[in-house]
Design a protein around this ligand. Structure first.
Ligand code: SF4
Length: 266
């Protein structure tokens, strides 16, 4: 992904994700369209106010202050879905889970299990390459207190739906936390996956297999979020996170035994 701020044309219409999402046909176009979105006034205000106020340790940084697109190769068989960009992480650097403690945890684990080429993620120019995996957020703008409203979640959902739809080899989705879990099921239903009823409950290690009439089987895995609230307290350990990501790799290979690993920059 390149930073596209220079070409961005801001769009404030509340239905912009719902109209623009289905109209794009490749990931670079999607990433461009996402970065132009201003459909949620509260989140637009917050992402921009945060960028002006800054954190003392980042006072010399120019913040991205826009929606943060997903990251990873279009041939990915695995998607990882988080909550939203961090105010001083993705909202600063322009890449998801980049420049904050949550990202340190996630990408270090991905490196350990062979889903990234390096354990660190500090800036868009740091050389990070994801392997067979696309990382994205359910809500693409940094929210106050890390809490988007249900309306903001639903308004942003078409971006995630389109992104998942543009991953033709997708076999496994790892969902980090309850918020992303709740956001994902309506998206999958809207994509014509057959969803169990009642809707599956979130839990660390939860596994749900769903099917699409054309795209085939998709395994959804639950994982506690890599937030500091969980990692500092031991709710989520490195061993637990590695285990879920290893399972994702194995399931992706099992569901798609004929496909090779995709490794490319995007
Ligand atoms: Fe647009 Fe999503 Fe950001 Fe709302 S949260 S402004 S829908 S990108």
């Amino acid at each position: 992904m390149g930073l596209v701020q220079d070409q961005a044309m801001d769009v404030e219409a509340s239905d912009y994700p719902a109209t623009a999402g289905p109209a794009v046909h490749d990931l670079p176009s999607l990433d461009q369209a996402v970065t132009e979105c201003r459909a949620c006034p509260r989140l637009v205000r917050w992402r921009e106010e945060t960028a002006l106020a800054k954190r003392a340790s980042f006072r010399d940084c120019t913040y991205w202050a826009r929606p943060v697109p997903g990251y990873g190769p279009g041939g990915a068989r695995i998607a990882i879905v988080g909550l939203a960009p961090a105010a001083h992480g993705g909202n600063r650097t322009g890449r998801i889970f980049t420049g904050d403690r949550s990202g340190d945890w996630l990408y270090a684990a991905m490196d350990r299990v062979g889903l990234a080429n390096q354990p660190t993620s500090v800036s868009i120019n740091d050389g990070l390459r994801l392997i067979d995996t696309r990382v994205m957020a359910a809500v693409r703008c940094a929210p106050p207190a890390n809490k988007p409203t249900p309306e903001e979640r639903d308004r942003c959902a078409p971006w995630m739906a389109r992104e998942l739809g543009l991953l033709p080899g997708l076999r496994v989705i790892v969902v980090l936390g309850q918020f992303g879990w709740n956001a994902l099921w309506p998206v999958l239903a809207g994509m014509s996956y057959v969803i169990p009823r009642p809707r599956p409950r979130f839990g660390h290690g939860a596994q749900v297999l769903v099917e699409h009439p054309d795209r085939g089987l998709l395994q959804v895995l639950g994982c506690y979020h890599v937030s500091q609230q969980n990692t500092f307290t031991g709710v989520l350990t490195e061993t637990m996170l590695d285990s879920v990501l290893r399972t994702a790799r194995e399931l992706a290979a099992g569901l798609d035994a004929g496909a090779g690993t995709s490794e490319q920059a995007h």
